[in-house]
Design a protein around this ligand. Structure first.
Ligand code: NAD
Length: 253
């Protein structure tokens, strides 16, 4: 059995991933803002560093895998928070655990989103990828929650793909899962928002497979990508969205 670490295991998709890995008999170290093995606020550099330090102390012999799942939704009014948790809270932890993952030829799964291809601000995504704080705050001035959210997920996915070869050279497989609309506390909050509720219901009704995703749907895909059955899958973005991305963007892949 393996030793895995993850962020965002306290709720929703992350809680399902946590349960799946524990049911499989793995040892799991969960980072979340509260109620986890390691409580840390991933929205700032100090919380991210304390999480990295604590995971390193808990798994000195290395990690078989890491799942970056913590995130906040598009309904959050604090736009920098969306960028900080969803992008920096994912990539900085992977970078900080890279040598531990290399020790065990580990696998990384970034939880992206099927909204990632819908990002509209190249300036914002480029600022994230370049870690350019000035350009980031300028870009955020003219944005709203949905584009900040989708851009954070596009940046996570592009960061994963840009770094796939270098990590593979260390024996680490990196992939992303792009969930479609999934019923969790996050989407319940967005669906209740008077500005977004109607649009969300129409969006769910248009999913080709006729239903929203469940956290368990996502956890099964993550389990597969972490497993030896996926041992030649590297740098992939796996949409787990009931056919929504294919319906919306049939000619782009
Ligand atoms: P959720 O709100 O149920 O869970 C998010 C988790 O992230 C929570 O445990 C929360 O405490 C943690 N988190 C948030 N801010 C944090 C911070 N500052 N520091 C540490 N932890 C923090 O949401 P979910 O729907 O399960 O989302 C999980 C992931 O899946 C997110 O990255 C989300 O963007 C992504 N996603 C969700 C959907 C969906 O439809 N639910 C679709 C696509 C992608």
């Amino acid at each position: 059995m393996g030793t895995f670490a993850m962020t965002g295991g306290a709720s929703g998709i992350g809680a399902a991933i946590k349960q799946t890995l524990l049911d499989d008999g793995h040892q799991l170290i969960v980072v979340d803002i509260t109620g986890a093995d390691i409580d840390a606020d991933l929205s700032g550099p100090e919380g991210r560093q304390s999480a990295i330090t604590a995971v390193r102390a808990a798994a000195p012999e290395g990690l078989d895998g890491f799942i970056a799942c913590a995130g906040v939704g598009s309904h959050v009014p604090n736009l920098p928070l969306i960028a900080n948790v969803n992008y920096f809270g994912a990539v900085e932890l992977v970078e900080g655990l890279r040598d531990l993952l290399a020790l065990k030829n580990g696998a990384v799964v970034m939880i992206s989103s099927n909204s990632a291809p819908m990002a509209t601000s190249a300036e914002y995504v480029d600022a994230l990828l370049a870690n350019d704080e000035a350009a980031l705050s300028t870009a955020l001035e003219s944005m709203e929650g949905q584009t900040v959210y989708s851009g954070s997920k596009q940046a996570v996915t592009r960061w994963m793909r840009r770094n796939t070869a270098a990590y593979a050279a260390d024996g680490i497989r990196m992939n992303a899962v792009g969930p479609g609309y999934t019923e969790t506390p996050m989407t319940a909050a967005v669906a209740e928002d008077p500005n977004y509720g109607d649009a969300i219901r129409q969006f769910v009704a248009s999913i080709p497979m006729g239903r929203a995703g469940s956290p368990a749907d996502m956890a099964k895909a993550v389990r597969f990508l972490l497993s030896d059955d996926a041992n030649f899958i590297c740098g992939a973005m796996l949409f787990v969205d009931g056919g929504h991305d294919a319906m919306l963007r049939p000619d782009q892949f």
